[in-house]
Ligand binder design. Structure first.
Ligand SMILES: Nc1nc2c(ncn2[C@@H]2O[C@H](COP(=O)(O)OP(=O)(O)O)[C@@H](O)[C@H]2O)c(=O)[nH]1
Ligand SMILES: [Mg+2]
Length: 619
């Protein structure tokens, strides 16, 4: 069944609470003090079933100027508004202020009641209707019905009900998709049940049994029970919701806090916003300290207008708030107390500095793309984009796929990268390789980590590996072990150097598993460039540096592996003495060679023996 949250609005004593009572039979003033003084202080709640179309849940707000903040807290959860203007009193300050607040909060639906119609003659009613129309011109209520009614005589109440019914069938339901978000407007302990919080579910859905998080505190709890407009449900996807929380004290879930899914959102103290001021707001008030009302929370804030971007500002909050792009807020000044403006959140986690290259951070239309651009070569996980933008990881993943298909972003190593930055990174790697190759023409390959640090230091190891793989696929680079080289790079030796290099290799080949001391052999056979030739032989895979740092000829090691694998036909394990005989090496060489085979996962050490892991398939 359709549930619609309709909030009252209007000046004090204009008959809002009386109208709600006349319609629902429930007096919305809950507090003893409210009844004694005859004024509404807190939000009141009452339901009006309108079968077969659904239920209207009224949120009755106080009209007194001192309690406007309670009105703002309630208004953030309205689906539609019922603006009440007393026919015998006309438009008054809080009529205007409430209408301004509803407009700033982006409300789009509602109607007007000219209340206490029993107190005026027809011609006066016409006059007030004119006054109301003038007030509504240019607002979201411009074309809304204006309905005269009397809570006292009941005149016009049917018209009010029909206006409500029209809203019930026409106002689009809130998105049950996305991150569940409920701004808590009441929290209390219920005997035998524990903590109950209420509010309007702005997006997403809640299920009985869900784990939830209260922000900004981060306290966790479990949903024990749910009610929508006072009816127990298993799943709530909009409307006024009461949530019974298990494992949480009332004070841990106060009004103003946000109930959401664990880890789905991140509180912030800074936001980039589009701000609009109510007419007549003086400049100092715009700059001065303000109260920022958002959802059911409020706090001190400062607004810094950005000189080169009209209408855009950065707000700094004195305490963390749960803001999400697209959220509306209201700004009030403390002295004299008044609503001065409001706006819409563009980016709840803006960068500290302007991004080099002048790309604007997070425009409303391109939240994912902008965040990915900003992340640069560090990349950003879809889950991080989700918590900063208030959307689910699934939604971000879907958009990322879409952007990747269009070639705007690149998905690699579990992160999202800006395609242009990714291309730049590839070019930086190629440029670095070209530079290193020309500096050290005798080196067949450059250690990957050295290339990463020089070319793309902000890129993570895994992303860099992925980048190299794309460059390999493009035929731009070649990989060998932990080295990388430009695809076109060849080490060209003159005949004399080639002979020296061959001699050096020959010495290691002949020595087999008892290799000579590398440094002195290199000097002896390779001359001044000897060390370079050794590197070259390693790069070319002719020599292999084993775990203890010594160099062996690759063929000697390969034949050793073959012998070990073949031995697996005799026994699956092998002790050091057996290995010594098998390899024909001294004990001094046996231990490091075994450790090398362990590292290569040819063997595995189990106590004092080796298990042969990599066995010949055919004996
Ligand atoms: N004559 C008349 N008095 C009304 C009507 N509605 C409310 N009142 C009176 O107006 C006063 C203020 O009403 P209330 O509902 O508390 O106003 P609120 O501050 O807007 O909630 C009360 O004394 C009501 O009895 C009405 O339709 N006709
Ligand atoms: Mg009232």
């Amino acid at each position: 069944m359709r549930h619609l949250v309709v909030g009252t609005a209007g000046h004090i004593d204009h008959g809002k609470s009386a109208l709600v009572e006349a319609l629902t039979g429930v007096h919305p003033d809950r507090l003893a003090e409210e009844r004694r003084r005859g004024i509404t202080i807190e939000l009141g709640f009452a339901d009006l079933p309108l079968p077969p179309d659904g239920v209207v849940g009224f949120v009755d707000v106080p009209g007194h100027e001192r309690f406007v903040r309670h009105m703002v807290a309630g208004a953030s959860g309205f689906d539609a508004a019922m603006l009440v203007i007393a026919a015998d009193d006309g438009v008054k300050p809080q009529t205007r202020e409430h209408l301004a607040i509803l407009s700033l909060l982006g409300l789009a639906h509602g109607f007007v009641v000219l209340s206490k119609s029993d107190l005026v003659e027809a011609d006066l009613l016409d006059l007030v209707t004119l006054e109301a129309r003038e007030l509504l011109a240019g607002t979201f209520l411009e074309n809304a019905p204006v309905v005269p009614a009397s809570a006292r005589t009941g005149a016009g109440l049917n018209d009010v009900r029909e206006a409500l019914r029209a809203l019930l069938v026409s106002v689009p339901p809130r998105a049950a998709s996305g991150v569940p978000r409920l701004a808590i407007d009441r929290s209390f302990a219920m005997r035998g049940f524990g903590t109950v919080v209420t509010g309007t579910l702005a997006s997403g859905a809640l299920h009985v049994g869900d784990e939830v998080e209260i922000l900004p505190s981060g306290a966790r709890a479990r949903v024990r029970g749910l009610q929508v407009h006072k009816h127990p449900v298993e799943v709530a996807g909009g409307g006024r919701v009461a949530v019974n929380l298990q494992g949480l004290a009332v004070r841990q879930a106060p009004r103003g806090a946000t109930l959401t899914a664990p880890g789905a959102l991140r509180p912030t103290r800074r936001a980039r916003v589009r701000v609009s001021w109510l007419p007549g707001t003086p400049d100092p008030a715009r700059r001065g300290p303000v109260r920022l009302h958002h959802g059911t929370s409020e706090g001190d804030a400062r607004v810094r207008l950005l000189r080169d971007e009209p209408g855009i500002a950065e707000v700094r909050l004195s305490a963390p708030a749960v803001l999400v792009p697209g959220d509306r807020f209201v700004l009030r000044r403390p002295e004299p107390l008044d609503t001065i403006g409001g706006g819409i959140v563009l980016d709840a986690h803006p960068p500290r500095k302007k991004v080099a290259g002048g790309t604007r951070p997070a425009e409303e239309t391109d939240l994912v793309g902008a965040r990915v651009r900003r992340a640069g070569l560090a990349g950003i996980a879809a889950s991080a984009v989700a918590t900063e933008t208030g959307r689910t990881s699934d939604e971000i993943e879907a958009e990322a796929r879409h952007l990747a298909d269009r070639g705007v972003i690149v998905r690699a190593a579990g992160k999202l990268f800006d395609a242009a930055s990714w291309e730049d990174a590839g070019r930086a790697v190629e440029a670095e390789l070209a530079r290193r190759h020309s500096e050290e023409p005798l080196r067949a390959g450059i250690p990957r980590e050295a290339v990463r640090k020089a070319a793309v230091p902000t890129m993570g190891l895994e992303a860099f590996r992925a980048l190299l793989e794309t460059l390999v696929l493009r035929g731009a680079v070649r990989l060998a072990a932990d080295r990388v080289a430009a695809a076109g790079h060849e080490v060209v030796l003159d005949p004399k150097d080639a002979a020296r290099c061959d001699a050096l290799e020959g010495a290691f080949r002949r020595a087999g598993l008892d290799p000579p001391d590398a440094a002195s052999t290199a000097r002896e056979l390779g001359g001044a460039q000897g060390a370079r030739f050794l590197d070259l032989l390693v790069d070319r895979g002719r020599l292999v540096r084993i775990v203890d740092g010594r160099l062996f000829h690759a063929e000697a090691l390969e034949s050793l592996r073959g012998r070990v694998r073949a031995y697996a036909g005799t026994s699956s394990t092998m002790d050091v003495a057996t290995f010594k005989d098998l390899a024909g090496v001294t004990r001094r060489n046996a231990i490091p060679l075994l450790e090398q085979l362990d590292a290569e996962r040819v063997t595995r050490r189990v106590g004092n023996v080796r298990e042969i892991v990599a066995r010949d398939v055919t004996p």
